[in-house]
Design a binder for this molecule. Structure first.
Ligand code: ZN
Length: 239
């Protein structure tokens, strides 16, 4: 049962969404990087700021995962679109997507992820968003990774499959934890649906830090019989 508090915050969010929707018509949103009006009101950045984002190093995610005790060999391919710096433009985008109730930015950003993925790998059978625990999803009103997955799936012409992976066990926020603590915190957080067996899936998340969460989710899908797994994140946190 959702708590009274989360129901109340859901109602408040609905009312504030209505208000924001009207405001966006009267005052179209500005670029989160420089404040100019983006050419596409659906993207959070103007073309110049989008161009100025630094691409993540090609092998950056794989190298990060290899540093985890059980990170190697989980994904057949792993990449991030952009380098993610604290205080950088991409962090403004991620914060808007995650904390400032701008889920609609996720779909066009997800399309860009799908485009970059398609340059390197064949289309998967479906795109699986990194799930949020239900309590957090209710508080936020949506899962930001699900909106990225929708865009990526659309671009790759395959379905988004949010039902394949669930996160029934709540975990502490990963911020401030060491690599080992992060892994212990999330290793048993996920369950996978039996339908993932035999499929090739692309797991999508917003920002990769140590990769513990991605590896825990990936291992759960593999244990349930997934045939091949790929990972793509919007950002790779610089360390
Ligand atoms: Zn700009």
């Amino acid at each position: 049962m959702p708590s009274l508090r989360s129901l109340a915050s859901g109602t408040a969010r609905f009312v504030s969404d209505l208000g924001r929707g009207l405001l966006d018509v009267v005052y179209p949103p500005r670029c989160l990087g420089c404040g100019a009006r983006p050419e596409s009101p659906r993207l959070p950045l103007c073309p110049q700021c989008l161009q100025s984002l630094e691409r993540a190093p090609e092998m950056g995610v794989a190298a990060r995962l290899d540093r985890l005790p059980v990170g190697g060999g989980v994904f057949d391919g792993a990449l991030a679109l952009w380098a993610f710096d604290k205080g950088g433009t991409l962090q403004s985008v991620q914060h808007a997507l995650k904390y400032r109730n701008r889920p609609r930015y996720g779909v066009p950003l997800g399309r860009l992820m799908g485009e970059a993925f398609a340059e390197r790998h064949p289309a998967p059978d479906g795109v699986v968003p990194m799930p949020l625990h239900r309590t957090r999803r209710l508080e936020r009103g949506y899962n930001q990774s699900a909106t990225l997955a929708e865009g990526a799936a659309d671009q790759l012409d395959c379905p988004a499959r949010p039902g394949l992976l669930d996160r029934p066990h709540p975990t502490r926020p990963q911020t401030g934890l060491s690599r080992e603590e992060r892994w212990r915190n999330v290793r048993d957080a996920f369950t996978a649906a039996p339908e993932c067996a035999g499929g090739e899936w692309l797991l999508v998340d917003d920002v990769l830090t140590t990769g513990s969460t991605a590896v825990a989710a990936g291992r759960t899908l593999l244990d349930a019989g997934a045939d091949a797994l790929y990972l793509m994140t919007l950002g790779l946190a610089r360390q």
